[in-house]
Write a protein that binds this ligand. Structure first.
Ligand SMILES: NC(=O)c1ccc[n+]([C@@H]2O[C@H](COP(=O)([O-])OP(=O)(O)OC[C@H]3O[C@@H](n4cnc5c(N)ncnc54)[C@H](O)[C@@H]3O)[C@@H](O)[C@H]2O)c1
Length: 338
């Protein structure tokens, strides 16, 4: 038996064991027989115990790997509150990174997704998500190129989507940029770029989405992607304008929630910790020592993967969060909690 299977705690971290457990249904509890089964699987997964250093994001159990195959689900209609069948969502910044990962989750829950981004063509991962949507989920993800700073373009795009679908159920406003530079050296150009995308672009997108929700009488949910950097001065990341732009997004969510709540439109903000996305990989290329500092600053001792925000997207955009508005959801591996 591999060393990690000797303790129940370790067995629960074994992806092979978890897949087997899902396949067998809820009766498959921990027992000596199961430990024996794990031995039979000849499991070679890496041992995790409390004396080992924390896993790197590359080798920790990926959420995707833990998901049960559709073919072995006994009841595909579980958790109806999270069901997004026939719903239509827009995601700005959905061409890659966090926005795309969240979009994939909505598709799996039954929704049609419009990814709105300024990239000339979306990241190669987008095509994989599109293929999966069509082949496995009988759903769709469409790509539309827009710049969230362009207010008329944003409003026209949302109007066209709603006219096509006769509804709009939600928005994830994830388009954003970062800029690392000390305040005294900060260029005016970079200041304008960050604020016009991270704040004005989010404002444009949220108002364009709400307008269509009112037009088509859909009760909608809007999630504004802020950052834990909107709550704290982020050690190892000198980005005063980015940080304050994200604080403004947190406050915008509360203000819009107050205006639109009585009309059935909910608005919340999400404050993620550090996630390995193209944006962050770019920071590491310019500033390689940032990674170790960031990893040391949270309680899990690692950075997040975009997939770790799938659950948050499904919760915030579905009826599961029907009484939540004006809230700030912090998912940061404990970074802001100590
Ligand atoms: N990666 C992190 O550690 C992290 C942490 C907290 C918050 N966030 C926030 O999450 C969101 C997504 O970031 P990401 O890490 O996936 O970065 P990313 O760079 O991979 O994705 C951001 C996307 O936004 C798009 N975008 C930028 N400007 C745009 C514009 N003017 N119009 C339309 N699209 C535009 C980009 O083309 C890109 O596809 C951002 O708002 C970011 O600030 C990221």
């Amino acid at each position: 038996m591999s060393a990690h299977c000797l303790r129940a705690r370790s067995l629960l971290n074994c992806p092979r064991y978890l897949r087997r457990r899902w396949a067998a249904g809820s009766e498959y509890h921990l027992s000596p027989v199961n430990l024996h089964t794990c031995r039979a699987l000849s499991c070679t997964s890496v041992t995790r115990n409390l004396s080992n250093p924390p896993d790197t994001p590359e080798d920790h159990d990926r959420i995707q790997a833990k998901l049960p195959l559709k073919s072995i689900l006994r009841n595909a209609r579980r958790f109806r509150d999270f069901d997004m069948e026939s719903r239509v969502y827009a995601i700005t910044g959905g061409g890659r990174g966090l926005g795309l990962a969240m979009g994939e989750a909505l598709i799996e829950a039954g929704a049609k997704v419009y990814a709105l981004d300024r990239l000339e063509s979306p990241h190669p991962d987008f095509l994989k998500v599109k293929e999966k949507a069509e082949k496995e989920y009988d759903s769709a993800i469409e790509y539309i190129r827009i710049d969230v700073r362009d207010n008329p373009q944003v409003h026209n795009t949302f109007a066209a989507i709603a006219a096509q679908e006769k509804r709009l159920d939600g928005l994830i406003a994830a388009a954003g940029i970062n800029h690392l530079q000390p305040a005294l050296d900060h260029s005016q150009q970079a200041l304008n770029d960050v604020l016009s995308i991270n704040y004005t672009g989010v404002f444009n997108s949220a108002t364009a989405a709400a307008r269509q929700m009112f037009n088509y009488h859909t009760k909608g949910s809007i999630l504004l992607v802020a950052s834990m950097s909107g709550l704290i001065a982020n050690k190892g990341m000198t980005s005063p304008v980015y940080n304050s732009s994200k604080a403004a997004v947190v406050q915008l969510a509360r203000s819009l929630a107050m205006e639109w709540g009585r009309y059935g439109v909910r608005v919340n903000s999400l404050c993620p910790g550090h996630i390995i996305t193209p944006m962050v990989e770019d920071v590491f290329r310019k500033n390689p020592e940032a990674r170790a500092i960031w990893e040391a600053e949270n309680m899990l001792g690692r950075l997040a993967m975009p997939e770790e925000f799938r659950g948050a997207a499904m919760f915030c955009l579905s009826d599961a969060s029907s009484f939540m508005t004006g809230s700030t959801l912090v998912i940061d591996g404990g970074h802001t909690a100590w």
